[in-house]
Structure formats: structure tokens, C-alpha cells
Design a protein around this ligand. Structure first.
Ligand code: PLP
Length: 393
């Protein structure tokens, strides 16, 4: 039903056209294995000559519906659902790279992704070069004969930098490599990287796809030829999404567009207000005209998304960190947590939480100051959020 309907309709309807019992709301199949009618059918299923379910490590009807729905939303041929966002990244790299291969990754990616590349995959012989997300020339320069993947998040965390997906895809393709985009911050409701030239999409379903902070999950999406090895890795390594989590995410996807629109609307209002506060030195939000890549962001994205970061001014005798912590500690409503994509707004100090394992020099180089605060704007009324940032007034 992919080409025939608007995205909002696909979010509600796609993937579940033919449910086995005619159930209108997708059922949860909480079982590990499936029965065959004969030994011959078992052989045919295992041999791949007859489609159908075998064992929930790699075939489960609830997970399949989730995969089909997310694939329809991203415009992907195939989706492989995984146990978390991190296992999605692991499965993608393990399936498509070998020892001695090279990956070029943005410096501004999720901290745990940096750890995965630099501490774990490095021990297995993967070479990784980190470059600036927005410096197109640096990507070209970093390419070697062994480069297999480019890896980016756009907008980035926490400074919401935006890269030109088409430009990086062109460089990757000329090098015989694939561009991977972690689309966690935007979701397909705001940005569809495959349409812009990317080859592979990563999701942490834990964030906006769930939308209410309940379950962990992830996904890898792309063309069949690229997803077959990823699915093969999952079948063997068992980084499987649980059926229960898939069932929760299915409900999350039905409301994705409505929620993302609401997150973006509130985030833009809050960012605009923050920019006018004398206690705020600088605001980072792609939806603001003051954002360095505002024009590019508005070309690639339907809206700015839900993440707003800003630098707090210090008062006399205060360090930057003290100023940021004082603002955070004075909140009563917004949750102090590093998670994002929840209906509940969250506030965090990147330098001492999400980016605390990054060295102070690397943070300075990336422009993440000790005065920086990140808010993942939830679904509360924006006036209550403004009131909660009491120290800014
Ligand atoms: C949270 C996050 C991840 C990791 O996802 P988990 O589900 O926590 O494993 C990866 N990328 C981005 C951008 C994230 O925000």
C-alpha cells in the first residue's frame, strides 16, 4: 500500500493489511516457536522455499508487522528490527564490514556509538576515522581504498548540527561506500534519508518510535541486497527485538506524525522564547533562522524536531557548569534524565552525562561547552515548560 497513501495513513495502516484472525489492532504473538504440519513443511520453511514463521529469534508475526510498517514509513525495501538502537548499529557494521575495513564517522554521534566504534569494533580490526559532520571536504579526505561506510546523525546531539545528506551520499558512492544515517532525532515523520540519497537508516526505537519511554528497540533499514546480510547476522547472533516491544512500538508508530508535529511545534516555541531570554547566551535549534544550517535543515526536514540545546550565562562567581546545574536543579516539572523522545520533557547537562566519557579537549573541539543544557521537548503545554526554567527569568 506504500505509494498509494499519505505517510500519516501508512503509519496507522501499513504492515497489518492481512492479519491472520482479522484482528483490527495488531495482536501480540508471545511464543517462541511455530508448529509445522509435516516434516516436509519444516524442511521447506528451514530451506527458505516456503515462506512462514519458524522461531521467534528471526521470525515472529508481531515483529514482522512492525518491520513492514517502519519500512513503509522510511520508503525502504526491508527493515530488520533489533533489540536496541545499539544492536542495530552493531548488526549493520558486523554484517557489512570485515576486519581491515574502514568507516568514516561523524564526530558528533551518540556517545555509546563512539565507544562501540573506538573501543570494541577496533579490537576486531575495524578502522574508524572521526570527522566534522558539516565539513564536506573532510569526508572526502578521510576516504581510503578500504572505506565501506559513512556514519552520521543529523541533526546531531546535542548541538543539532545538520549535514547535507545528498552531498555525503555522493562522496560515499564515488568511493564505493554506503551512507548510514541514524534517523533517531527526526524519525520518518520529519526526514526520510533514503529519499535524499542515503543507503541505510538506523533507528533507536526506544526514543520517538516508542514515544512514551517504555521499551528498548532498534531497526536497520535499506535495500534488500544490503539488509539480507544484516538479517543473517541477526538470525545467527540473536540481537532480536522482543515481540512484546514490537507490539508497543506498533502502537507508537500509529501516533508518530501527530506526536512529532506537536514536539516540533513546542520546541520551536521554546527555542524562540529562549533566544529572547537575557540569561541565555546561545540557542541551538534547526528550526530557528539563527541556526547555521537552517536553510539546509528546512530542505531536508519537515520541521525542526523536538531537541533544543542552549548555553546559560554565568552569574558572578559561577563556573559554566554551576550555572547549567543551577538551572537544571531549579526545575520542578521537567525530568532530569538523558533520555529523549518521551511525552515527558527531559533536561540534561551533556558535558557531565551523555558526553562525560568524551575528553574535555574533544568536547571543546566539538563546541560542547560546560554551560550547555539540552531539553528534549515533550508534550506538556509550552507555557509550563517556560515557567519551569525559572532561573532564566
Ligand atoms: C539512544 C540512541 C541510540 C542508542 O539506542 P538504544 O536504543 O539506547 O540502544 C543510538 N543513536 C541515537 C541518536 C540515540 O539517541
Amino acid at each position: 500500500m506504500t505509494n498509494q497513501y499519505y505517510p500519516e495513513t501508512l503509519a496507522v495502516r501499513a504492515g497489518s493489511e492481512a492479519t491472520p484472525y482479522g484482528e483490527n489492532s495488531e495482536a501480540l504473538f508471545l511464543n517462541s516457536s511455530f508448529r509445522f504440519t509435516s516434516a516436509a513443511q519444516a524442511a521447506a520453511r528451514f530451506g527458505g522455499t516456503e515462506p512462514g514463521n519458524i522461531y521467534s529469534r528471526f521470525t515472529n508475526p508481531t515483529v514482522t508487522v512492525f518491520q513492514n510498517k517502519l519500512a513503509a514509513l522510511e520508503g525502504a525495501e526491508q527493515c530488520v528490527a533489533t533489540s536496541s538502537g545499539m544492536s542495530a548499529i552493531l548488526a549493520c557494521v558486523m554484517a557489512l564490514c570485515s576486519a581491515g575495513d574502514h568507516v568514516v564517522a561523524s564526530r558528533s554521534i551518540f556517545g555509546t556509538t563512539v565507544q562501540l566504534f573506538s573501543n570494541i569494533l577496533k579490537r576486531w580490526g575495524l578502522e574508524v576515522t572521526f570527522v566534522s559532520l558539516t565539513d564536506v571536504n573532510a569526508w572526502q579526505t578521510a576516504v581510503t581504498a578500504k572505506t565501506k561506510l559513512f556514519f552520521v546523525e543529523t541533526p546531531s546531539n546535542p548541538l543539532t548540527e545538520v549535514c547535507d545528506i545528498q552531498a555525503l551520499a555522493d562522496i560515499a558512492h564515488r568511493a564505493g561506500a554506503h551512507l548510514v544515517v541514524d534517523n533517531c532525532f527526526c524519525t520518518p515523520a520529519i526526514q526520510r534519508p533514503l529519499d535524499l540519497g542515503a543507503d541505510i537508516i538506523i533507528h533507536s526505537a526506544t526514543k520517538y518510535i516508542d514515544g512514551q519511554g517504555r521499551c528498548l528497540g532498534g531497526a536497520v533499514l535499506g535495500r534488500k541486497v544490503l539488509m539480507e546480510p544484516v538479517y543473517g547476522f541477526l538470525r545467527t547472533a540473536g540481537v532480536t527485538m522482543s515481540a512484546f516491544n514490537a507490539w508497543v512500538f506498533l502502537k507508537g508508530l500509529e501516533t508518530l506524525h501527530v506526536r512529532m508535529e506537536a514536539h516540533s511545534k513546542r520546541a520551536l516555541e521554546l527555542a524562540t522564547w529562549l533566544e529572547a531570554q537575557p540569561q541565555v547566551a546561545r540557542v541551538y535549534y534547526p528550526g530557528l533562522a539563527s541556526h547555521p544550517q537552517h536553510a539546509l535543515a528546512m530542505k531536508q526536514q519537515l520541521s525542526g524536531g523536538g531537541i533544543v540545546s542552549f548555553e546559560v550565562k554565568t552569574k558572578a562567581g559561577q563556573t559554566e557548569q554551576e550555572a547549567a546545574w543551577a538551572l537544571i536543579d531549579a526545575t520542578k516539572l521537567i525530568s532530569i534524565t538523558a533520555n529523549l523522545g518521551d511525552a515527558k520533557s527531559t533536561i540534561t547537562h551533556p558535558a557531565t552525562t551523555t558526553h562525560s566519557r568524551v575528553s574535555a579537549e574533544a568536547r571543546a573541539e566539538a563546541g560542547i561547552k560546560d554551560s550547555l543544557v539540552r531539553i528534549a521537548v515533550g508534550l506538556e503545554h509550552v507555557e509550563d515548560l517556560k515557567a519551569d526554567l525559572a532561573l532564566l527569568k
